[in-house]
Design a protein around this ligand. Structure first.
Ligand code: S3P
Length: 753
């Protein structure tokens, strides 16, 4: 679809001349009624073969006047007038013949038929060409009701009207029809004719045909009375549309027969497979179909309502108000590790066998990864209280997704998936939200191209990414120009499909969850002195994964308990992978009181309970070797620095500028707003510890900035308001409740602007 027009309400001066509606059923009648009520046309004229309809149209106030002689009515029209054909699809050619003969040149005409290919060819046959005045259209707003009596002035409000203009269509005629439907409250968009007919065959024509057939089948069974007496919920939901106008659907079915037959055949094959599965007691098949369908249905619903996976993400404008002060006490387990959750889905999906995951992070980012693999045909059950079951399809079992894979805010999903998808047999497109669409992707595209992958990016090397399948990848020896676990993991995942042994050299250690998890899935990976080697083609064997709590989320409370007076908390079951503990090392250097208790290993990842008590912090020069090990924790480390005695200096952290926001700039602005001196450098910041005054700060839609400034409230004199916090759900669903349990006082407020 290429464009859409916003809804308009009442209009003072008519936007077109006269409107002649031929056929006053639900569709034509409703348009006439709205045009009259909203003053869209100078005059609304109705034409119909049925005298009864014409009479009703006048009585109901649907039209200003009716005509009995169509040729005369057509002949009287002039430029700026519009004719709308609202008759059943197979009757359209007869009307077109009259229009061809009598409608003066320059008068716009459009139709409302559900099939566009047949109408366009009828116009071509009758005129011997496509006239500029003709604008094919289709309002998607019908219902099972029909006839002029069903006409409603609000029928098109917020509904789609698809126009399928042709190259011959005159722009002024297109604009006129667009304005007319826009004035009726519809969302108008354009689509090519063939695409329209295919999409509608699947989404509208097939469901009608099935509903009719189901009711007809049940009605002709001997025990039909009994069946209908007990037929409640499912039957009623599935068959509402079988009460639609039979002639209209007869016409549509035959007019769009090619596209209808093709989806019908596909459905037929799937029904036979289902039948077969029932005979063979094949639970896997049944569960696969039902799980995928349920998830897809929920997904469509959310897409249609433009909702996020999590309810909290729908409140686009949530601010946090944090009351000053507070003492932190208690034991909590923060949500699961984001990096490990992504990898569990990715690696579980391409493994052989079933991967049982516990402790999975039910945040927007990891849910985006789940959805992507579901789109590629993987059956994934859950998440249900952190439990997810992934039915692996093997290294070569992914299927082409039906459309672009939408990855929301998640850079990890996009970068890791790019590597994996570069090695598939099918093409794919990766898209993301506004923030992700600005993030650099050449860092993954470059090494993959060296391996032989075909990847197109938008200008400036940003998403969307178009990945061409069916390329034969070859192994490379790659020196990472930046210390990035995402790039390393991307190349490793491509390495699973490349000929030969891929090696990756890191400039500094970065998180090694991919290496650990592949080894946990019995895949040979060798990591030695900063070089990781991986060969292709070995099988990946499914394994259970217990995702530890995310140290990046725990970090907020490590700083909180350190800076708040009299605090003593226990953070349970936190991942303390040596490549992630930069935040503990840095805070300890600043004087924090952090103890690791009960250290143990869970499915290849070290975990511990972390006790944190209040401490007097002092500023430090942060060692550069800690930067990659604490890369996501700097926003909250800056808050620790603001509460510390003396200055804290960070260098070698230019990567912070290309995270979900420019975290150097965004944090410095917020700190300044709260009365702290923060000096921005190209690769870091200098922060003078001081007194936080309180006030309003902007999170820039970045989850970690939002949470960091929330923690700052503990030490500020006045309340802190953090703006635009809905994105906290990307990594830390339930943050506010958990923080309040520990002793913060945060309220959520809807932002008015
Ligand atoms: C991640 C790696 C890091 C980190 C991100 C998660 C991962 O990014 O900032 O939140 O899961 O591999 P870079 O690889 O870009 O440093």
């Amino acid at each position: 679809m290429s464009s859409s027009t916003p809804v308009q309400s009442s209009i003072e001066t008519p936007i077109i001349g006269r409107l002649l509606v031929i056929g006053l059923g639900l569709i034509g009648g409703s348009l006439a009624l709205i045009a009259r009520q909203r003053n869209l046309a100078v005059e609304v004229i109705g034409a119909s073969r049925s005298q009864q309809t014409l009479k009703a149209a006048m009585t109901l106030g649907v039209v200003d006047r009716v005509v009995n002689n169509l040729p005369d009515a057509l002949q009287s029209l002039q430029e700026n007038d519009v004719v709308v054909i609202g008759v059943p699809t197979l009757t359209v050619p007869a009307i077109l013949k009259t229009i061809c003969e009598y409608l003066p040149k320059g008068v716009t005409f459009t139709d409302a038929a559900s099939v566009k290919g047949s109408v366009v060819s009828a116009v071509h046959d009758i005129y011997g060409r496509i006239p500029a005045e003709f604008v094919p259209g289709h309002p998607i707003a019908g219902s099972e009701k029909s006839g002029v009596a069903a006409a409603r002035a609000d029928l098109y409000e917020g509904h789609q009207v698809i126009l399928t203009p042709l190259k011959e269509t005159g722009p002024e005629h297109l604009a006129r029809v667009r304005k007319l439907w826009g004035g009726a409250g519809a969302l108008v968009s354009d689509m090519p004719v063939a695409e329209h007919d295919e999409v509608l065959a699947a989404t509208s024509h097939l469901p009608h045909l099935l509903a009719y057939t189901l009711v007809d089948t049940l009605a002709s069974m001997e025990e039909n009375r009994e069946i209908f007496r007990y037929a409640a919920g499912g039957f009623r939901d599935f068959t509402r549309i079988a009460a639609s106008d039979p002639l209209m659907w007869h016409d549509i079915t035959l007019a769009n027969s090619d596209a209808v037959l093709s989806v019908l055949d596909e459905l037929g094959e799937n029904l036979s497979a289902l039948r077969h599965a029932i005979i063979n007691n094949d639970s896997d098949h049944l569960l696969g179909v039902y799980t995928r369908a349920r998830v897809a249905r929920n997904h469509f619903q959310k897409m249609l309502e433009k909702k996020a996976y999590l309810e909290s993400m729908n409140e686009k404008a949530i601010n946090y108000r944090v009351q000053p002060g507070g003492v932190l006490k208690g034991e909590v387990r923060v949500p699961g590790d984001k990096s490990i959750s992504h990898r569990a889905i990715i690696i579980g999906s391409i493994a052989e066998g079933v991967t049982n995951i516990s402790g999975f992070l039910e945040g927007e980012d990891s849910l985006a990864t789940v959805q992507a693999f579901r789109d590629m045909g993987v059956v994934i059950e859950g998440p249900n209280r952190g439990r997810v079951v992934v039915h692996g399809v093997g290294l070569h079992g992914l299927k082409a997704p039906p459309g672009p894979l939408y990855l929301g805010n998640s850079g990890t999903s996009m970068r890791l998936l790019t590597g994996l998808l570069a090695g598939q047999q099918f093409d794919s497109i990766l898209t993301g939200d506004e923030s992700l669409s600005r993030r650099p992707m050449l860092r993954v595209a470059d090494p993959l191209r060296l391996m032989g992958a075909k990847i197109a990016t938008a200008e400036g090397g940003t998403p969307p990414l178009s990945i061409s399948g069916n390329q034969s990848l070859k192994a490379i020896d790659y020196k990472l120009p930046v210390a990035s676990a995402q790039v390393k993991s991307c190349v490793m995942l491509a390495g699973l499909y490349a000929q030969g042994e891929t090696s990756i050299t890191e400039p500094a250690p970065t998180r090694d969850h991919t290496e650990r998890m592949l080894i946990g899935f019995s895949y040979p990976v060798v990591a030695n002195s900063g070089v990781i080697r991986i060969d292709s083609g070995a099988p990946l064997l499914a394994s259970a994964i217990d995702v530890p709590a995310d140290i990046s989320s725990a970090a907020f409370f490590m700083v909180a308990a350190s800076i708040a007076r009299d605090s003593d908390i226990l953070l349970k079951h936190v991942g303390i992978n040596p490549t992630r503990i930069g935040v503990i090392n840095i805070l300890r250097l600043m004087g924090a009181n952090i103890e690791l208790l009960n250290e143990r290993s869970m499915a290849g990842e070290p975990v511990a309970d972390i006790r944190v008590r209040s401490a007097a912090l002092h500023g430090i020069n942060i060692p550069e070797d800690q930067v990659p090990l604490a890369i996501d924790e700097f926003p909250v480390i800056f808050i620790a620095a603001a509460c510390a005695r003396g200055s804290t200096v960070l260098t070698g952290a230019e990567e912070l500028r290309v995270k979900e926001s420019d975290r150097i700039q965004a944090m410095a602005e917020g700190l300044l707003a709260l009365g702290i001196t923060a000096q921005v450098q190209a690769d870091g910041m200098v922060i003078e510890g001081g007194t936080l005054s309180g006030g309003e700060v902007e999170s820039h839609g970045d989850h970690r900035i939002a949470m960091a400034f929330t923690i700052a409230g503990l030490r500020s004199k006045m309340p802190v308001v953090v703006r635009n916090c809905s994105n906290v759900a990307t990594s830390f669903p339930g943050f506010v409740d958990l923080a309040n349990t520990l002793g913060l006082t945060i309220t959520e407020e809807k932002c008015d602007d």
